[in-house]
Design a binder for this molecule. Structure first.
Ligand code: BV8
Length: 229
C-alpha cells in the first residue's frame, strides 16, 4: 500500500466543469498572448488588459454554472481514505478542488478568488472584480490589488512543501496537464528519481509523456473515479 501520494493537476481536470484549458483547441492562449496577460511585464504595460483576463475567468467561476466534476470529487474521496498521506498540488487557480472537498491542497500558481497587495503581498478574498477601485486595506495610500496568481518569471508557491512531498512519495499521478510549464513539468523526474510509481491521466500524450510509467488515456472525469476505486 502506498505511503505518500502526490497528485499534480492541470487545466484538463477542470475542462469537464466547463473551464477552458490553455493549450487545447479553443484554449485561453489562442485569444491572448502569454506575455500580455500572464507576466509581470504585461501587467506593468497594461494592468486593465490583465484585469479583464482574470475578471472574465473569475466571473465565469462564480456564475453558478461551474461545478466540481467527478475527477475533483474522486480526489477528495481519495484524500478521505489516505488522510495525511495524500497531497494534491494544483497548477489551477480555480477553487473546484476545494469545493469538491479537498483540503490537503496546494495552489502552486495562486488562486483566482484572491487579490494580493503588491507592496505587502497580503492576500484578500476577491469580493469584486479587479480594477482601480479595488485596493488593499493594509497600506496608506491603499494599493491596487493584483491577481494572486503566479505569472511567468515569478516563483511558484509552496515549493519547499512540494519538494518535500515529492522526495518522499511512492506514487505520483499527473492529471490533465500538458507538462509544458516548469517547474511543475519536472515533478515527474523527481518522483522517478526517488523510485515512485508514476501515472499520467490525459486525453492525449503530452510533452513529458515518456517520463511516466503508466498512462491512462481518456477524460479525467471518467478515469480518475475508476483509478480511485
Ligand atoms: C519559475 C498563470 C523561476 C495562472 C501560469 C525550465 C525550462 C524552460 C522554461 C522554464 C524553466 N523554468 C522556468 C521556466 C520559465 C517558465 C516556463 O515553464 N515556461 C514554459 C512555457 C517553457 N516557468 C515559469 O516562469 C514559472 N516560474 O520557474 O520561476 C524563478 C526562480 C527564482 C525566482 C523567481 C522565479 C512560473 C510558471 C507559472 C506560470 N503561470 N498561469 C493562470 O493564469 O492560470 S502557467 C499556466 O500553464 C497555468 O498555470 C497552467 O496551470 C499551466 C500549465 O498548463 P496546463 O494546466 O497543463 O494546461 P494546458 O492547457 O497546457 O494542458 C491541458 C492538458 O489537459 C492537455 O494535455 C490536455 O490534453 C489535457 N486535457 C484536456 N481535457 C482533458 C484533459 N485531460 C484529461 N481529461 C480531460 N477532460
Amino acid at each position: 500500500m502506498y505511503q505518500q501520494i502526490v497528485v499534480l493537476t492541470g487545466a484538463g481536470i477542470s475542462a469537464e466543469s466547463g473551464l477552458r484549458t490553455f493549450r487545447d483547441q479553443d484554449g485561453l492562449w489562442e485569444e491572448h498572448h502569454i506575455e500580455d496577460v500572464a507576466t509581470p511585464e504585461g501587467y506593468e504595460r497594461d494592468a486593465e488588459l490583465v484585469e479583464r483576463f482574470y475578471n472574465s475567468r473569475w466571473q465565469q467561476l462564480h456564475s453558478g454554472t461551474v461545478e466540481p466534476n467527478a475527477a475533483h470529487l474522486a480526489l477528495a474521496k481519495l484524500e478521505a481514505e489516505f488522510q495525511g498521506q495524500l497531497l494534491v498540488v494544483t497548477q489551477n487557480i480555480d477553487d473546484l478542488h476545494e469545493r469538491a472537498g479537498s483540503r490537503r491542497l496546494l495552489h502552486m500558481h495562486g488562486e483566482l478568488s484572491k487579490g494580493r497587495c503588491p507592496r505587502s503581498r497580503q492576500t484578500f478574498i476577491l469580493r469584486e472584480p479587479f480594477g482601480a477601485d479595488n485596493c488593499c486595506t493594509c497600506c496608506i495610500p491603499a494599493q491596487r490589488l493584483r491577481p494572486h496568481v503566479v505569472w511567468f518569471g515569478e516563483m511558484p508557491l509552496g515549493m519547499d512543501r512540494i519538494h518535500d512531498a515529492l522526495d518522499n512519495c511512492d506514487l505520483f499521478i499527473a492529471i490533465g496537464t500538458s507538462g509544458t510549464v516548469y517547474p511543475a513539468a519536472g515533478f515527474v523526474d523527481t518522483a522517478n528519481h526517488h523510485g515512485a510509481q508514476t501515472v499520467e491521466v490525459n486525453m492525449m500524450a503530452p510533452d513529458r509523456h515518456s517520463q511516466f510509467q503508466y498512462h491512462l488515456t481518456g477524460k479525467a472525469g471518467e478515469l480518475v473515479p475508476q483509478l480511485v476505486e
